[in-house]
Write a protein that binds this ligand. Structure first.
Ligand code: UT7
Length: 334
């Protein structure tokens, strides 16, 4: 197995998550769109998703609540943090960063704070950056959040994209550990920007490529070439998990959990089947929460963490892919 280097190891001191209360079912959607519960369930595995009440909730409140829960789990105060990184593509404001607003609200005053944009890969991107900074010895207590309120970014007049997404946030607190083998033992960050039109949110007509000019989805809302992204995701997902196992010399038996982005249940099932992964080691919660973009891996992590499914001494793999197109993995020795 790979021997990590650096000034120290890294321990995950606590996790947290937050979802809006409001549940939007497939039947709810079938009342406003030309779709059915049967079509959505068969093609995606989704039965319902959580959506924000935009008068009082959104990416900011979900991030803040997830961070507070992670700090509680770690028995730490916000003022103990010296850095906060948020992976998101749905921050309410372009300036300041979402991380600055959340840090200010919870009381992480003087902590460094910045956002990372990598669409659905946002949490794993942020985690990889945060882990590397703690491991270097330059930063001690770092908060990592993945959060998206996709319900604010999908056009509910269009059935092709809106049925897929929901809102969620997940957070983790990273702290230094004297054991160098603790924390991330292997990670990847990847992108292929040539394929950005597979998933994008144009604000101005001049940003829309010629081939997508007739897309009925309104400006300011998410556009997705579902079939192309599906093909990319199926092959990339398998490739990234296989690479993480090969490079670390681990087998699926050595791993406690593969914590993966909830894009579409068929994509996850495909990886389970082709890589012969033990089903109980891959949490699928997309039936309840839909695809929550950067929120999904952090939400899954919090669920497996609190359920005691990622015990110390056994590595877990975190994996995500999304718009950009981007992908990321992290093999974490708990
Ligand atoms: O997390 C970020 C990355 N995103 C993803 O991983 C998403 C990847 N893509 C997908 O999950 C799938 O492509 C979708 C769930 C978005 C779509 O499923 P699909 O099986 O690829 O459907 P499709 O787009 O190929 O459409 C098949 C048919 C079409 O009708 P025709 O042309 O065959 O008559 C669509 O018009 O299904 C129709 N359709 C729908 N019917 C009922 C598309 N959306 C709907 C709908 N309800 N909501």
């Amino acid at each position: 197995m790979i021997k990590p280097s650096g000034a120290c190891g890294v321990r995950m001191a606590g996790t947290g998550s937050a979802v809006p209360e409001k549940i939007l079912t497939n039947d709810d959607l079938s009342r406003i769109l030309d779709t059915t519960d049967e079509w959505i369930t068969q093609r995606t595995g989704i039965r319902c998703r959580r959506v924000s009440d935009q008068s009082k909730e959104g990416t900011f409140t979900l991030s803040r609540d997830a961070l507070r829960r992670a700090l509680d789990a770690a028995s730490m105060k916000a003022s103990d943090l010296d850095l906060l990184i948020i992976g998101t593509c749905t921050a309410e404001m372009r300036c300041p960063s979402l991380a600055c607003r959340v840090a200010g609200d919870v009381g992480a005053i003087n902590a460094g704070a910045f956002d990372v944009t990598a669409a659905c890969s946002g949490f794993v991107y942020a985690l990889n950056v945060a882990e590397t900074m703690v491991r270097s010895g330059r930063y001690k207590n770092v908060g990592v959040i993945g959060a998206d309120a996709m319900s604010t970014m999908v056009d509910y007049q269009d059935r092709s994209v809106s049925i897929l997404f929901g809102d969620a946030a997940g957070a983790a607190i990273l702290v230094p550990d004297p054991d160098l083998n603790r924390g991330c033992i292997y990670q990847t960050l990847g992108s292929d920007g040539r394929d950005w039109t597979g998933l994008y949110i144009p604000n101005r007509a001049q940003e829309v490529p010629e081939a997508d000019k007739d897309n009925p989805i309104r400006l300011g809302y998410l556009r997705m070439d579902g079939r192309e992204i599906f093909k990319f995701a199926v092959s990339k997902f398998r490739e990234v998990i296989a690479d993480a196992l090969e490079k670390t010399g681990l087998t699926a038996d050595d791993i406690s959990q593969i914590v993966c982005h909830q894009s579409n249940a068929r994509i996850i099932e495909n990886a389970i089947e082709k890589l012969k992964l033990p089903r109980e080691k891959v949490l699928i919660n997309i039936d309840q929460y839909g695809n929550s973009s950067a929120g999904s891996v952090g939400l899954c992590l919090d669920q497996v963490w609190r359920a005691g499914k990622v015990p110390a001494g056994k590595p877990m793999i975190l994996v995500a892919f999304g718009g950009g197109v981007t992908w990321a993995s992290n093999v974490w020795n708990v």
